[in-house]
Ligand binder design. Structure first.
Ligand code: GCU
Length: 347
């Protein structure tokens, strides 16, 4: 049976109100342009990029460097201000704000795009990517992802430029290490807002609680949830280890973030500036991938110093349950083709 997407997008409705508050709704830059809704700026502008990570996170570092290189290469015509920590809204809101042009760019998790076009769910499946290298080779191969990345342009005015790895995601808990899905019985596992990841939580033995990233620290601290799953970098930068110190290497998923851009904005750029943007974006995801391993090692060391414990386990019991999700969720030819292409690219 194919599960149908049931998550509502109701949260998006409040997005415009939110950004008007966040951006002040006026001429914040003193450049004669009102903030918001001015996506098509042919000559250039300072672009606003929404991010839900901290300034220590490799995504912030690589994106901030992207903005600086872009400014230099376009003689100051284009630059990027990265707003970290959900300042412009959590990912569901950010998605909507980029769509309507109030914000220019955002990093959103693949789970968010799955809610707009269910073909994206293929790359959110557990076990579809073996490792970061495999993932990056697939998501930068235009013959595989070209149609997918432009699929939201007509419907949502969003272009996907590419992706950043989220590395391997594992489970961490407030209550102690886990060995098998039985240890998760009756426990609430926070997942991203995705029907697939709700089913993934169930396969991991838990009951799912979808929640925005920025609410998770308090969720763990207050007992609204007992566990979460992520990479070590976010575990450390979000300080989740303080309230959920038991990390178990389930490595159930190599996660993926996308860089989305307002399509009208891209269409309004000169050919020359668009080429620079693309070229510098390539350097950006390459820098991000390079930073990732070191950031992961540092995060583990820092979280350990803060009291976290990391546990290696035999993941066979989890893997078996997770393996069924591809069959359960792949429901059309596009998805099957994406899945087959991704698996064919595995070593
Ligand atoms: C990772 C990912 C984010 C995502 C977060 C989450 O940190 O990079 O884009 O929002 O996981 O679990 O929500």
């Amino acid at each position: 049976m194919n599960r149908r997407k049931t998550l509502s997008m109701v949260a998006l409705v409040s997005a415009t109100a939110l950004v008007l508050a966040a951006c002040g709704g006026g001429d914040a830059e003193g450049d004669g342009e009102a903030a918001g809704g001015d996506a098509a700026a042919e000559g250039g502008k300072t672009l606003r990029l929404a991010l839900n990570q901290t300034e220590e996170h490799p995504s912030f570092i690589a994106l901030d460097n992207w903005g600086q290189r872009l400014e230099e290469a376009t003689d100051g015509r284009w630059s990027i201000d990265v707003y970290p920590n959900e300042t412009l809204g959590a990912q569901q809101e950010a998605l909507h704000l980029v769509s309507d042009g109030t914000v220019d760019l955002a990093i959103v998790s693949g789970t968010q795009l799955e809610n707009l076009n269910e073909d994206f769910l293929v790359f959110n499946l557990p076990k579809v990517f073996d490792d970061v290298e495999h993932q990056m080779s697939v998501i930068n191969d235009q013959s595989i992802v070209g149609d997918l990345y432009s699929s939201l342009e007509e419907s949502n005015n969003l272009t996907v430029l590419g992706g950043f790895t989220q590395g391997a995601r594992s489970v961490y808990t407030t209550f102690g290490p886990i060995e098998s899905p039985e240890d998760m019985a009756g426990k609430k596992l926070r997942v991203q807002e995705s029907e697939l990841h709700i089913a993934m939580a169930e396969a991991l033995g838990a009951s799912a609680t979808p929640m925005a990233f920025g609410e998770l620290y308090t969720g763990l601290q207050s007992g609204v949830v007992d566990a979460a799953e992520n990479n070590e970098v976010s575990y450390w930068t979000q300080k989740h280890y303080e309230v959920a110190p038991h990390w178990t290497y389930t490595k159930h998923l190599v996660g993926l973030d996308y860089l989305i851009v307002n399509s009208d904005l891209l269409a309004g750029m000169s050919e020359e500036d668009r080429a620079i943007l693309d070229e510098e974006w390539t350097a950006t995801y390459e820098e991000h991938t390079e930073l990732w391993n070191t950031a992961t090692e540092e995060a583990i060391a820092n979280a350990k110093a803060g009291g976290a414990e990391f546990h290696e386990i035999d993941t066979a019991a989890f893997d078996e349950a997770l393996g069924a999700l591809a069959d359960e969720f792949i429901s059309n030819e596009n998805q099957q083709a994406l899945y087959d292409a991704a698996r064919a690219a595995a070593n």
